[in-house]
Design a protein around this ligand. Sequence first.
Ligand code: NAP
Length: 497
Amino acid sequence: MSKLCVSITETTAPAVIAAMKTLPAGVDMAEVRLDCLDGDYTAIKSDLQKICENRDRPIIVTNRPVWEGGGWSAGETWRLLLLKEAADMGADYVDVELRSLSNISLSELPTRKIISYHNYEETPSDLEIIYRQCRYSGADIVKIATTAADISDSARMLGFLKKHSGAPPHLIALCMGEEGIATRVLAPKFGGYLSFASQGAGKNSAPGQIEWRDMIGMYRFKQINAATGIYGVMADPVSHSMSPAIHNAAFASRDINAVYLPLKVKDPAQFLDSFQPLGVEGLSVTIPHKTAVIPLMDELDDLAARVGALNTVNISDGRRFGYNTDVAAALGVLGEAVKKRRNGDLSRCSILLIGAGGTARALACGLSGSIRSLVIANRTVSRAEELAAGTGALACSLEEMENHRPDIIINTTSVGMHPETGKTPVAARMLAEKPIVADAVYNPIETRLLREAKEAGCITASGFDWFVDQAAEQFRIWTGRQAPRELMAEVVRRRLG
Ligand code: NAP
C-alpha cells in the first residue's frame, strides 16, 4: 500500500514539530526540508536534532540544493554533511540527489536512502536510463519527479511506475505541475511507494502538490488500489472545477471504488489515447473540448449527436460513448417548471433564449422542433442571427427582446454571475406577465434575475438545479446507480459559500 508523506516547509524546528503533530494518523510520514529552515549549518544541525527527537512518525530528511529546485545555497560540503548527520541521528530516510552521488558515499549513511532525480522543465524520454542510474547506485527507493508539459506525460509516468513497481527497489514516480496531479493521486493504483502532499494552502514544496486534507478526504488516497476506477473532468483551465469535489463525494457515499480527478487537457485525442489504457472509465468534458471530442467517440446519444457537443464520456469494453447530460438536465429542469404552470406541455410554449454562446447553442438545438416558437436575443446580434438560422428561430437584439411576450425566458448569458451579482439581463417590466424564468447562472444560487422573477410571481428554474442534475445524470450513466443528488447539491452549496 502506498504511503502518504507530507512535506513540511516550516522555517524553525518548533514549527516543524508542531506541523507534524497536527497531521492525522492517515499521514504515514513527513518530509523535513532542511533547505527551508532558517540559520547556518550549526543552527540547522541543532534543529535537526530536536526534530529527530520529537518526531511522531517516520521522517524523510531532504536538503534540496538550488541547482535541483530547492533552497539550499550554502555550499555542497555543508549540505551533504547535514544529510550524514541526519542519518546518524536516526532519520528514517535521507534523500540524496542522483547528481550529488559523486560527492557522497552512500555507505556512510546508516539509514534508508532515497536516490532522487528532479526535472523542472520536462519529462525526458530517457526515464529508463535515469531509473537504472538511481537503482544501481544502491538506492533503497528511487524517486523520479519530472514536469508534465502535457497530461500525456503523466500517462507515460504512470505506465513507467506500473512497469517497475513490482520489483525492488521501491519507486516513487510522479509528474509535477497541474498536468501531473493524476500521478500524485494514482500512485497507489500503480504501485508507487509513496506520494507527497502539502501541509496546507500555499505551503507546497513542489508544483502541483495537493493538500493532505484533500488527498485523504476528497480523493480517498488511502483506499485507492489496483482495482480503483479512474474518472475525471477534462478541461482547460480545470483548477476552478467543482466536479472533483462533487463526484468524489458521490463515489464515497455509495462506497464505489473509484476516484475522480481534475485533468488539464490540451489535446483531447492525445489525452484519450494515452489515458484510456490506464483504466479510465468515465469523463466529464467541459470548456473548450465539448465539441472537439465528438469525432473521438464510438457512439453518441441522441442529444449529443443533435447538439454537436457532449459533456459526458462513458468507456466500456474499450468503446467510448458520448452523452449530453447538460442539455438533458436543462430540459428536465424546464420541464419541471412547465409542469407547475402550463400543464407540462413544453411543446405549446414560446421561448425567449437570451445569449448565443455555447450553452445557448446547445439549448437551441435541444429545444428545436419541440416547442411552439423560439426567439434568440443576444448582445452581438450577428451571433444570434447565425444561431437562429441553424435552428429555425427568430433573432433579435437585447433591446428588441422586450417586444416579445414569451411563456418562458431562459438566460444563458453570464450576466448576473459572481462577482457581478447586482446585474440582470431582464428588465423587471418583462416579468409582469409572469413568464417561467430559467437562469443558467448558478453562482450565486439565487441570481438577481431569479429573485426578481420570484418577487413578480413567476415560476423559476435555477442554474443550480440544472448544474446538479447534469452531474447526477453523469453519475447514473457511469455507475448504473441512482446518484446521491442531495449530497451532490450540498457539496455545490458549500463550494459556492
Ligand atoms: P459563452 O459561450 O462565453 O457565451 C456567453 C454569452 O453571454 C454570449 O451570448 C455573450 O454575448 C453573453 N454575454 C457575456 N457578457 C455579457 C454582457 N455583459 N451583456 C450581455 N451579454 C453578455 O458562455 P457559456 O458557456 O454559454 O455560459 C454562459 C453561462 O451559462 C455561464 O454563466 C455559465 O456558467 C452558465 N452555464 C450553466 C450551466 C449549468 O449547469 N447551470 C451549464 C452551462 C453553462 P456576446 O455573444 O455578445 O459576447
